[in-house]
Design a protein around this ligand. Structure first.
Ligand SMILES: Nc1ncnc2c1ncn2[C@@H]1O[C@H](COP(=O)(O)OP(=O)(O)OP(=O)(O)O)[C@@H](O)[C@H]1O
Length: 340
C-alpha cells in the first residue's frame, strides 16, 4: 500500500503544474447564478484559500470539481481530467471534507477511519491498521482513538474529518470551511495539520473559508469570490500588495507652533520615496493627525520621526504603527467591486 509520495518541494524556479484549472465555469440554479465564468488555477503542492462570504459560490465550485454537480457552461479539469467525463477517476485521487460532516456517534475514531480505509484498500489488514494509526497520529487523536465519537468536541470532530479525508493519501484535498466552527485553538490545530500535509506529503489543499486571518496564516495563494464572481486570484503576497495590505502605516499626532513649521515637516516627509501617502486631519486644540503609509517599513522606522523633528516648532504627541492586514485588502477589493 502506498502511504506516502515523493513530496519534495521543487527546488528550481519552474512553477509547479496546475492541479485544478477551470475556464468559464458557470452554474445556475433556475434564476440563481451560483457561479459565473470562473477561471481558477491551483498549483500543485500549494495551500489555496478560497475566500468569500456566505453564498459566494464556494461550495458550488467544490461540488463541480468533484463531479457532484454538473456545470451549466464552461469547463474544468482536476489532474488534467475533465470534471464531467472523468469525475470517477478524479474522486479516487481526491479527499473531500464536507462543510458539515456526519459520523456514527457509537463508533470510535479508529473504527470510523478503518471503515473509510476499507473503501480504498483491499490489501492486508496490517496495512490498513498502519494507515489508520498514521492518520490518527497526524491529527493528534491517537490517545482518543478508541473513544466513542459522540463525546468528541468540535475541534476533535474536525480533526477526525481531516484524518478521514486524507485516509487514501490523496494528491488533492478539498476542504469546505474546515475551521469555520472552531475556537482559535481548534482552528490553529486544523491549520497546522494542513501545513503538515502540504510539507510532509506534498498534498495540494484547496479549502474554502470566510475567516481572513486563517487565509493569511497558511495560504500560498488565494482567490476571492463574491456573488459567484471571482474578484481576485493571486499568490497571497501579491493580493496583499494589490489591496494595499502588507505595508506599514504610521499614525501620529503632532502639535506645531506655526503652519510654516508644519508645512516644512510635511515637505521633508513627502520627499522620501518610501512614503506612499500622507493623510492629514485636524485634531482638537491645534493638534494634527497624520497617517503616513509606507512601502519600506524599516526606512520609515528609522527616519520618519527624525524628519518630522528636524526643524524646530513641531512636537510629536503620539506615534504608532499598524500593519495592514488581509482584511483591509479584502475590503478594499470589495469596495472597488462596488459595495459591501
Ligand atoms: N441546490 C441549489 N438550488 C438553488 N440554489 C442554490 C443551490 N445550491 C446553492 N444555491 C445558491 O447558490 C449560491 C451559492 O451557494 P454556495 O453554497 O455555493 O455558497 P458558499 O459560498 O458555499 O456559501 P456558504 O459559506 O454559506 O456555504 C447561493 O445563492 C445559494 O443559495
Amino acid at each position: 500500500m502506498k502511504t506516502s509520495r515523493d513530496h519534495r518541494r521543487a527546488s528550481d524556479s519552474r512553477p509547479e503544474p496546475l492541479v485544478i484549472e477551470t475556464r468559464g465555469l458557470t452554474k445556475t440554479y433556475g434564476p440563481v447564478v451560483a457561479l459565473k465564468e470562473l477561471d481558477l488555477s491551483v498549483r500543485r503542492n500549494s495551500i489555496f484559500g478560497f475566500l468569500g462570504p456566505n453564498g459566494a459560490g464556494k461550495t458550488t465550485t467544490m461540488k463541480l470539481l468533484l463531479g457532484l454537480a454538473r456545470p451549466s457552461s464552461g469547463s474544468g479539469s482536476v489532474f488534467g481530467k475533465d470534471i464531467v467525463r472523468e469525475s470517477f477517476e478524479i474522486r479516487r485521487r481526491v479527499g473531500y471534507l464536507a462543510q458539515d460532516p456526519r459520523y456514527y456517534g457509537y463508533m470510535t475514531a479508529r473504527e470510523t477511519l478503518r471503515f473509510a480505509a476499507r473503501f480504498f484498500y483491499s490489501g492486508p489488514e496490517e496495512a490498513i491498521e498502519r494507515r489508520v494509526g498514521e492518520s490518527l497520529d497526524l491529527v493528534g487523536l491517537s490517545d482518543r482513538a478508541d473513544r466513542q465519537i459522540k463525546g468528541f468536541s468540535g475541534g476533535e470532530l474536525q480533526r477526525l474529518g481531516l484524518a478521514q479525508a486524507q485516509i487514501n493519501d490523496p494528491e488533492l484535498l478539498i476542504l469546505d470551511e474546515p475551521a469555520a466552527s472552531l475556537d482559535p485553538m481548534g482552528r490553529r490545530d486544523v491549520l497546522e495539520i494542513m501545513e503538515r500535509l502540504r510539507d510532509e506529503r506534498g498534498t495540494t489543499i484547496f479549502y474554502s473559508t470566510h475567516i481572513l486571518d486563517d487565509v493569511q496564516r497558511v495560504s500560498d495563494s488565494v482567490a476571492v469570490l463574491r456573488n459567484g464572481r471571482l474578484l481576485a486570484q493571486a499568490p497571497i503576497e501579491e493580493l496583499l500588495t494589490a489591496g494595499g495590505a502588507g505595508t506599514a502605516v504610521f499614525e501620529l499626532i503632532l502639535k506645531s507652533v506655526s503652519e510654516k513649521a508644519l508645512g516644512e515637516a510635511r515637505e521633508r516627509v513627502r520627499s522620501r520615496e518610501w512614503v506612499s501617502a500622507l493623510e492629514e486631519s485636524p485634531g482638537p486644540g491645534g493638534e494634527h493627525g497624520w497617517v503616513v503609509s509606507t512601502t519600506d517599513e524599516a526606512a520609515a522606522e528609522e527616519e520618519l520621526l527624525r524628519l518630522i523633528l528636524a526643524g524646530r516648532g513641531v512636537r510629536v504627541l503620539s506615534f504608532g504603527k499598524r500593519r495592514q492586514r488581509l482584511e483591509d485588502a479584502f475590503f478594499n477589493l470589495i469596495e472597488r467591486d462596488g459595495g459591501s
